[in-house]
Ligand binder design. Structure first.
Ligand SMILES: Nc1nc2c(ncn2[C@@H]2O[C@H](COP(=O)(O)OP(=O)(O)OP(=O)(O)O)[C@@H](O)[C@H]2O)c(=O)[nH]1
Length: 364
């Protein structure tokens, strides 16, 4: 469930790297390679879902077997949103038959190789027994026909393996597009809340481990209910999509823009300090408020200007994800209370950073 870039070469390389780790683990634990199970173990090997990792490590150390219901539970508890499981199941049977076909082919190849190796050993034994010319001729004849058989078998195997390789690629593309679907908000085509939660965790891990910083914005369209009530829900949807486009355009391509829900958006700005984030937020707010919008035939009906309120916060040492988001939310609340169409930020001062207290509490 890689999110950062959906189709880059890096993504593919990482996917293959994880595949090489996940499949042998699953095979060792006797877990069927279905999309649902694979999603769980992919995420486990990727290591970006700490709760899932903790749970699986716990199960592994207790020697619990990974039955299909255990895998289903892990998927539902740590990865899925309602509806995901059904979508993934649509490719499940296809994957199962493909994987079992592949395993059969590999078994046949190993069996064929083992058989041929036995034949070679028996020929080698006969050679040790001072064979007569007639026996030698027989051996050569036999070996020739064994070789022809092996070559024919291998030709057939190569053809069916290449067909399977094609099918595996198709299935992988299908799963990739399903993955994108699960992470995308259909109205704006931005990332959705689920993708945001995932990305936030990754950026947060990077910041706590690598001494990096990041900022975030929460953007909310002002008086949006009035837009819906006056012009209808469909126009409201168009306004949401329009604001989404301007947000995406207004930040760097490395920033992460998602629709959090309703008329609210969230943006993660990696490697960005508080002051820069405030400047970017102000720029985005101004651009959204710049133009008067119009709708209807020949755009005759004016909607006036749309405005947004923005709350900004930056990651600070000792922050949890919730702390950082709570400050952005609080800042948004302040922006709304100050009349809307403005940006507010809450910066955690260094003095507010709690020193780590390693002392035990004094007994009363
Ligand atoms: N068209 C449309 N409307 C939505 C969607 N999601 C939420 N809404 C509406 O957005 C409106 C949000 O209204 P409020 O939460 O009262 O906020 P507001 O009117 O923007 O007021 P402030 O945020 O205080 O400026 C509600 O009427 C929701 O029904 C959506 O996907 N499409």
């Amino acid at each position: 469930m890689k999110i950062e870039s959906r189709t880059s070469g890096d993504d593919k390389e990482l996917s293959i790297k994880i595949l090489r780790q996940a499949v042998p683990k699953m095979t060792a634990l006797d877990i069927a390679v279905t999309p649902v199970n694979y999603a769980v173990w992919y995420e486990y090997c990727l290591g970006t879902n700490p709760l899932l990792k903790l749970e699986i490590d716990k199960l592994l150390s207790s020697g619990t077997s990974f039955t299909s219901s255990t895998n289903d539970r892990l998927f539902k508890e740590f990865l899925a949103e309602p509806g995901d499981a059904e979508k993934l199941c649509s490719v499940q049977s296809e994957t199962q038959s493909l994987i079992s076909g592949l395993i059969n082919k590999i078994r046949q190849i190993s069996q064929g190789t083992a058989d041929f190796s036995d034949v070679l050993s028996s020929y080698s034994d006969q050679l040790q027994d001072n064979p007569t010319e007639a026996t030698l001729a027989e051996l050569i004849e036999g070996l020739g026909s064994e070789l022809t058989q092996v070559m024919q078998k291998n030709k057939g195997m190569a053809a069916s393996l290449s067909q399977m390789d094609k099918e595996v690629n198709e299935l992988r593309n299908e799963m990739e597009s399903l993955q994108n679907e699960v992470m995308t908000d259909p109205l704006t085509t931005l990332f959705n809340r689920r993708a945001f939660d995932h990305q936030m965790q990754q950026v947060f891990n990077g910041a706590t481990e690598g001494d990096k910083s990041f900022s975030m914005m929460v953007v909310d369209i002002d008086f949006f209910k009035k837009v819906n009530d006056t012009y209808g829900h469909q126009t409201g949807d168009k306004v949401i999509a329009y604001v989404g486009r301007l947000l995406k355009k207004g930040v760097r391509s490395s920033d992460f823009v998602a629709r959090y829900g309703g008329e609210e958006f969230v943006i993660i700005l990696p490697d960005t300090d508080f002051n820069i984030a405030m400047t970017v937020a102000e720029g985005v707010r101004a651009v959204i408020n710049e133009k008067k919008l119009s709708i209807g035939a020949e755009n005759r009906q004016s909607l006036g200007r749309i405005s947004v309120s923005v709350g900004v916060s930056s990651f600070c040492t000792d922050d949890s994800i919730d702390d950082c988001m709570a400050r952005a939310d609080e800042a948004l609340y302040q922006a709304k209370s100050s009349g809307r169409n403005c940006v507010k930020g809450i910066e955690k001062q260094p003095s507010e950073v709690k020193p780590k207290d390693n002392r035990r509490a004094e007994p009363a």
